[in-house]
Design a protein around this ligand. Structure first.
Ligand code: UDX
Length: 440
């Protein structure tokens, strides 16, 4: 199959490289000349484990290419994917669909032969209808179908998620009709290698598919927020949230994943998608109050995290030096979008602290966003002379710190572990004043 992928951001690049690895011929298209130039040189603009090798192999073997001018690739494509950004619109939190609609217009005039236009970007319910209308209006004779195929890729684990998904959701209208049947055949063929993994392809109508994506992310965000509130309750009553999570997670109806208490969820999806779902639901007169509350609780949680430093120190952070370990919203990514560190560091600085930090991949991005934070070149430098160290992101290398060395380097051994990577009893035995999340 021939695939044109419009947008080489995170989702477009990972999906394009993985489809090429499935044996399809993929052209990734982007309007940003410097991005395309870098990709052509084999430089990957994001940090994602395994992606550089995957891109290199598939480019070398002639299945993957990058271009600024996608006209030819779109004309020849069996499937054109729209994988452009859908940021939160400033002011109202609705998803900004201008890039999606611009892509639809671009595709419309280029369609030759039967073409499946697939929305991969996360788009509100009904966007597929609008994309279809735009194409129909621009090119009334085009032979095409618009399909929704949301992504469920976790940063840092995206290639595994693409190649071994729990499910692939495919939204096709009028599945039994001629166009619907042809579109379903193209989609099944694109994902055929997944038959080997027995990953089910779930065919539903287009609006259902669009909603599944938001519902999944909202549910996960709610699950995290639930355990975060349980963590606060554990602290109040002297219980242990990790054991609570295990105790409830073993119930198969609940499941053990996404029950790690922490500083609140961040990233490119949960914050944006929960707000967009809330707005869509309000607009349709069917408010999702659980999700409205989830958004509020998570926002205030992130803001409250700096206060935990003062609580553990037992005094104000004014004129204290605080070392932050980890800045990205989660490990194995350089993504800083809506990271808890963006609330924590400014709050500490506003309270008069001197903040120094280290992150294995996120420093470059973080330096642009975190005014006044001194970036250090490793974890030990970040704890040097510190009155307290805060584990903000659970990078593996922070699990393997030489704690005796950390203790010697710090002004006083105080650790606030917002990811519960250490055991309280071990830390106390090492002489640290230690606080985790939800552990008594
Ligand atoms: C998420 C979804 O998982 C993915 O399916 C979707 O398509 C895109 O959004 P991602 O944002 O990359 O992926 O990361 P994820 O691993 O889901 O973590 C999101 C946030 O939740 C992070 O800030 C993480 O630290 C936090 N989290 C996650 C918790 O606090 N506790 C958990 O148990 C899990």
């Amino acid at each position: 199959m021939r695939v044109a992928m419009i947008g080489t951001g995170y989702v477009g690049l990972v999906s394009g490289a993985c489809f090429a690895d499935f044996g399809h011929v993929v052209t990734c298209i982007d309007k940003d000349p410097s991005k395309i130039a870098r990709l052509e040189q084999g430089e990957i603009p994001i940090f994602e484990p395994g992606l550089d090798d995957l891109v290199e192999t598939n480019v070398r073997e002639g299945r993957l290419s990058f271009t600024l001018d996608g006209a030819d690739a779109i004309r020849k494509a069996d499937a054109v994917f729209i994988a452009v950004g859908t940021p939160s619109r400033r002011g109202d939190g609705h998803a900004d669909l201008s890039y999606v609609y611009a892509a639809a217009e671009e595709i419309a005039s280029l369609i030759e032969g039967f073409t499946v236009v697939v929305t991969k970007s996360t788009v509100p319910v009904g966007t597929g209808d609008e994309v279809e209308a735009i194409i129909r209006k621009t090119n009334p004779n085009a032979d095409f179908a618009v399909v929704s195929n949301p992504e469920f890729l976790r940063e840092g684990a995206a290639i595994g998620d693409f190649k071994r998904p729990d499910r692939v959701v495919i939204g096709v209208n009028d599945m039994k009709g001629d166009v619907g049947t042809r579109a379903s055949t193209v989609m099944s063929e694109l994902y055929r290698p997944l038959n080997l993994n027995e990953s089910p392809l779930l065919f539903v109508n287009r609006r259902t598919s669009e909603l599944i994506k938001y519902a999944a992310n909202a549910f996960l965000a709610m699950k995290i927020t639930f355990i975060n509130e349980m963590a606060d309750l554990c602290e109040a009553v002297g219980a242990d949230v990790q054991q609570v999570a295990r105790g409830i997670g073993l119930d198969k109806r609940i499941g053990s994943k996404f029950l790690h208490a922490g500083p609140g969820y961040g990233g490119s999806c949960f914050p944006k998608d929960t707000i967009a779902l809330v707005r869509t639901a309000q607009q349709h007169g069917a408010p999702t109050r659980l999700i409205e509350t989830t958004v509020e609780v998570n926002d205030s949680r992130k803001k409250a995290m700096a206060g935990r430093v003062e609580k553990t120190l037992g005094t104000s952070v004014a004129n204290k030096t605080i070392g932050l370990l980890g800045l990205t919203f989660k490990p194995n990514t350089d993504d800083m979008r809506d990271a808890p560190s963006l609330d924590i560091a400014p709050a500490l600085i506003a309270a008069g602290a001197r903040v120094q930090a280290f992150d294995p991949e996120g420093m470059h991005e973080a330096a642009k966003l975190l005014d006044g934070v001194e970036m250090k070149s490793d974890a030990y430098e970040a704890v040097l002379g510190a009155d307290a160290v805060v584990i903000v992101t659970e990078w593996d290398r922070f699990r393997a710190l030489d704690l005796d060395r950390v203790k010697l380097l710090m002004k006083q051994p105080v650790m606030i572990d917002l990811r519960n990577i250490y055991r309280p009893e071990d830390m106390r035995a090492k002489g640290f004043r230690y606080s985790g999340i939800g552990r008594g």
